[in-house]
Design a protein around this ligand. Structure first.
Ligand SMILES: [Zn+2]
Length: 172
């Protein structure tokens, strides 16, 4: 969904997020590199000076893999959206009444905001740096313990395929 900020009315544009928003599901799946299982929230986009702000709440459940044991898991990310998009040009006289430190800043492309990409980026920043089975917001889908794959492999006897061919060889 691309929003041209000049076309936003003064009261702002409200976007309700759901699984029926293909643009949002695709943008988030691309950013998080996983299938989106659930998506919700509500965003309000406002034109501010030559930029735009996006405020609201957003939450997603996405298929991921554990960084330690590689098991399939479901990651839930939710948070308050507080983003500012600039037109990309530096303008010292721009008085937009915002405090830079409070906002994540992105950029508009030709006066347009790519809301799907922005949402994906938001979840990427809001989510955990490492996703490990059982951590907050993370539900393991598979049975079993969260062990390193290398540790599991230690107990398995390894047979060199060249020696395996000789296993049944008996000299008479
Ligand atoms: Zn794990």
């Amino acid at each position: 969904m691309r929003v041209h900020i000049d076309q936003i009315r003064p009261e702002g544009l409200v976007v309700e997020l759901g699984m029926d928003c293909d643009w949002a599901v695709q943008g988030v799946a691309l950013a998080l590199e996983g299938r989106v299982l659930d998506l919700g929230g509500s965003l309000r986009i406002r034109q501010v000076g030559k930029g735009a702000t996006v405020h609201g709440h957003a939450e997603v459940v996405v298929d991921q893999r554990c960084d330690r044991c590689l098991a399939a898991l479901r990651l839930r990310i939710e948070g308050e959206v507080d983003l500012y998009f600039d037109n990309g040009r530096l303008e010292g006289d721009a008085n937009i009444g915002l405090q830079e430190d409070d906002l994540d800043v992105g950029f508009l492309e030709n006066g347009e905001l790519d809301l799907g990409a922005a949402l994906g980026e938001f979840f990427l920043l809001e989510g955990p740096n490492r996703q490990i089975c059982g951590d907050q917001g993370i539900e393991r889908v598979e049975e079993g313990a969260c062990d390193l794959p290398a540790k599991q492999a230690e107990g398995e006897p390894r047979v060199d395929p060249r020696l395996a061919a000789l296993k049944n060889f008996r000299p008479d």
